[in-house]
Write a protein that binds this ligand. Structure first.
Ligand code: UDP
Ligand code: MG
Length: 259
């Protein structure tokens, strides 16, 4: 079968206006350096923050940019499904838009599909920076998923995955099924499923909604509060010092005493 590109990258996105330009230029750099032909399929899942305008403006300069825009928010599975229907690359990669996944992983994922002949390769964010309230449920979920499916992945939920084109054309996603793509692929007859350890770009610097922490209002409030707090502490410290040196430090005006 003939494919139009080496790689199709499907990016589901919901209100990701801040990260899209950087995400695209990073992808472009990696693809150019590795001599890979590609398309980036942005699927706007009903964003209200002007994400679509950014996709349109990226398209003006870059024919590799493709886009699908939903009328309203349908969820990540719906976005992936529409993207999968449209892609024309031999290897299909899914990637979140919020810059938690690194485009630098793409060439190795591509190689694992093409040379090692995997049907599916799933990213594994081995190093996490999440709070314990998130890591424990995640561990339980992955354990249960391994037991139920017999697929030995550490991290079923990682948004960064690679597929043979035939795989994405053979499965149908809706509801919350983006969490179960490896089992769906296995069920469709694609059983060579692998895993690659991938970098997690620090959750310490990027918050849940994908905004860089330095772009958030609270960041500046916290910064100002820290500076003011240090000054209050120093003012109190100096007052204490000068208070101790006062010759009248133990002189009190006493009005009444009851004996
Ligand atoms: N996303 C989407 N539709 C939604 C919610 C999220 O297309 O209704 C996109 C989102 O923009 C991101 C990806 O799906 O690119 C993963 O979402 P999120 O970062 O919220 O998930 P998490 O990192 O917590 O798994
Ligand atoms: Mg995310």
């Amino acid at each position: 079968m003939d494919f139009k590109y080496n790689i199709s990258i499907v990016v589901p996105l919901y209100n990701e206006v801040e990260s899209l330009p950087e995400l695209f230029s990073w992808i472009k750099k990696v693809m150019t350096e590795n001599n890979l032909s590609y398309e980036v399929m942005f699927v706007d899942d009903g964003s209200k923050d002007g994400s679509w305008k950014v996709v349109e403006s990226l398209k003006e300069q870059n024919p590799e940019v493709k886009g699908i825009k939903f009328q309203r928010n349908y969820g990540k599975s719906a976005a992936l499904q529409k993207g999968f229907e449209a892609v024309q690359g031999q290897v299909v990669i899914t990637m979140d838009a919020d810059l938690q996944d690194s485009p630098d992983e793409i060439p190795e994922l591509y190689r694992m599909i093409m040379e090692d002949d995997f049907d599916v390769v799933s990213g594994w964010k081995k190093k996490r920076y999440d709070p314990i309230t998130k890591t424990i449920p995640t561990k339980l979920y992955n354990w249960a998923a391994r037991r139920l499916t017999g697929i030995y992945l550490h991290d079923f939920n990682c948004g960064l995955k690679a597929y043979k084109n035939e795989v994405v054309k053979s499965i149908e996603l809706y509801g919350d099924m983006h969490r179960y793509i490896p089992p769906l692929a296995k069920f469709a007859g694609f059983s060579k499923i692998g895993e690659k350890v991938v970098q997690r770009i620090g959750k310490l610097f990027i918050n849940q909604s994908g905004k860089l922490i330095s772009q958030r209002t609270e960041f500046y409030i916290a910064l100002a509060a820290m500076i003011m707090g240090v000054q209050f502490f120093l003012a109190g410290f100096l007052a204490e010092l000068s208070g101790r040196n006062s010759s009248t430090r133990n002189h009190y005006l006493v009005e009444k005493i009851i004996d």
